[in-house]
Ligand binder design. Structure first.
Ligand code: CFM
Length: 554
């Protein structure tokens, strides 16, 4: 049995210990047993029994073993689908075969309510529709024509071009075409070499997107003085299911002005003027930490890590922002908003907590949500026995302190690291060294992320890039009340009689951020974990074992 040890960071949450359950070491051994020796050896390094007081090293951001079925996406998905795609008034042209566009069309549920008069291309699908002819003779001509056609039809502020796998293979120079068309049309046109095969997952695409957005858009707007000093950008919030709407509602109430959200419910001009903000708050560290670092070096804007998922986490993050601005009036307003919002959700939260308390969840999602959503479960007394990211790096698991020791391999060397320096005119440090030091003493670290493992109780299992086989074994061992994952394994989970909540697109729900979002999530989870329907579900092979298929490793 696991030893229920206290986790000091979690003591205040009321769930500081691991609930009694199977021996995690034994679960790991059983889970990896079926693999061929070499695969087993590799996967062992991606699975860790957590100890928040002595965080173990985990293998992450390395190639997936072919054939073991994981949830990862590709570099193009990370660049176009995740970071750039949600910017509403850029025409996003996918240079490639039509499938790359069609299957990425509107499936991420990044919503937007752009201001009156703003163009909104989110519901469009632009593609050069490469055919055999271009694969043989080159696709630059067709790309040029597509950019021109999009310009003639819409006259957008900017056009972005995204390269898919074949474009890299045939060697089309999308950057040369972009430069040429920018000169010809007089609007910003820029390209991304985000071919799907680059790197080991969509994470490579995030980095490429950050670089391109920083070079081509951020800071290209005017210097503007805001009517309040409390101005922020949110980095790594993509407005899935309307999360950014709720976050902005709460920030508004507090008197904190949002300049730009990278990239949800946001326009080209918002991002171009993002250098005017006095603070960057980082939600999804994985997809956008590069931008936070570059903006700090170039413009002197510090960043802090926040989590707007979960009512308690939201309150904590608002206090962190208020502490940064260090203004008595702002702090008082933030406290009043927190008190008011908490009071409004308390009765529902208590009622749902009484039905959910003690139940366990498993979260295997992307590169940040498997961490953030643990807070939402904690709000209603549920604990996370196991969590993992698909494509996060060691720093997202173990904290940024390990950054220096991360090995650079051939795959990561492929992705450009921009060399940025302080802007000679616009660099303006927002805080003095002494002010930053005082914040640190108050427990608010600037430019820090301690990672997921520090926030998980001892004895919990952390699994990087989980496979279908491993997921099945985990469900058999822990029999969780709910699994949070994505469409690739939703039905694997549900066929085992366990409800699965998609945390990528939220199924059809959301928002889940902020206070009102938290209530939506409590209700959804209550419905799922307390529904009798799952107990009635039996797979045919439970009654007829001859139907069970087996894969036997050679
Ligand atoms: Fe960041 Fe995301 Fe995520 Fe992500 Fe994604 Fe996403 Fe995600 Mo799906 S940017 S890492 S690449 S929080 S699309 S909005 S849900 S895997 S956990």
């Amino acid at each position: 049995m696991s030893v229920p040890l206290e986790s000091p960071r979690l003591a205040s949450s009321g769930i500081a210990t691991t609930p009694a359950g199977p021996d995690p070491q034994q679960v790991v051994a059983d889970m990896l047993e079926a693999y061929p020796t070499k695969v087993g050896r590799k996967r062992t390094k991606h699975v860790r029994v957590n100890d928040p007081t002595a965080i173990p090293q985990i293998e992450a951001n390395t190639r997936t073993v072919p054939g073991i079925i994981t949830q990862r996406g590709c570099c193009y998905a990370g660049c176009k689908g995740v970071v750039l795609g949600p910017i509403v008034d850029i025409v996003h042209i996918v240079h490639g075969p039509i499938g790359c566009s069609f299957y990425a069309w509107m499936s991420r549920r990044n919503l937007a309510k752009p201001p009156e008069g703003t163009q909104n291309f989110l519901s469009y699908c632009f593609s050069t529709d490469l055919q055999e002819n271009e694969i043989i003779f080159g696709g630059e001509k067709k790309l040029r024509a597509a950019v021109k056609e999009a310009y003639d039809l819409f006259h957008p502020k900017a056009i972005a071009i995204f390269s898919t796998c074949p474009v890299g293979l045939i060697g089309d120079d999308v950057h040369a075409v972009a430069r040429e068309m920018k000169a010809e049309l007089g609007v910003n046109v820029f390209g991304f070499s985000c071919e799907g095969y680059k790197g080991v997952s969509q994470s490579a695409g995030h980095h490429i997107a950050n670089n391109g957005l920083f070079k081509n858009v951020v800071g290209s707007g005017e210097d503007k003085a805001a009517e309040t000093p409390f101005t922020i950008n949110i980095l790594g919030e993509y407005n899935i299911g309307g999360d950014a709407f709720e976050i902005e509602r709460v920030l508004d109430r507090c008197g904190i002005k949002l300049i730009a959200t990278f990239s949800g419910n946001v326009t080209y001009d918002d991002i171009a003027g993002a250098h005017n903000a006095n603070l960057n708050v980082v939600m999804c560290h994985r997809s956008i930490n590069y931008m936070a670092g570059m903006m700090e070096t170039t413009y002197g804007i510090p960043w802090i890590k926040v989590n707007f998922i979960g009512a308690e986490a939201m309150a904590k993050s608002l206090r962190k922002i208020a502490r940064y601005f260090d203004d008595a009036e702002l702090s008082a307003r933030v406290e009043a908003v927190i008190a008011d919002e908490m009071a409004a959700i308390q009765a529902t939260r208590d009622e749902i907590r009484s039905r959910c308390e003690g139940k366990v969840a498993m979260l295997y999602v992307g590169g940040s949500r498997a961490h953030h959503y643990q807070e939402l479960f904690r709000d209603i007394g549920m604990s996370t026995v196991s969590a993992g990211f698909e494509f996060a790096h060691r720093d997202d698991y173990e904290g940024r302190a390990v950054l220096e020791s991360i090995k650079v391999d051939a795959d990561s060397r492929n992705i450009e690291e921009l060399d940025v320096e302080a802007d000679p005119e616009r660099y303006r440090p927002r805080k003095t060294r002494e002010e930053l030091e005082a914040m640190r003493e108050d427990g608010v670290e600037v430019g820090e992320y301690e990672g997921m493992m520090a926030d998980m109780p001892p004895g919990t299992l952390v699994i990087d890039d989980i496979s279908h086989h491993e997921l099945q074994k985990m469900i058999e061992a822990y029999k969780p009340a709910v699994v949070c994952s994505g469409i690739k394994d939703k039905y694997v989970v549900e066929k085992m009689g366990v409800p699965c909540k998609q945390l990528h697109n939220y199924d059809y729900g959301g928002p889940y951020a902020g206070f009102k979002g938290a209530v939506n999530f409590y209700r959804e989870i209550d419905r799922m974990v307390n529904s009798a329907v799952w107990r009635l579900l039996h797979a045919p092979w439970e009654r007829h074992p001859q139907l069970r298929a087996h894969f036997v490793a050679p």
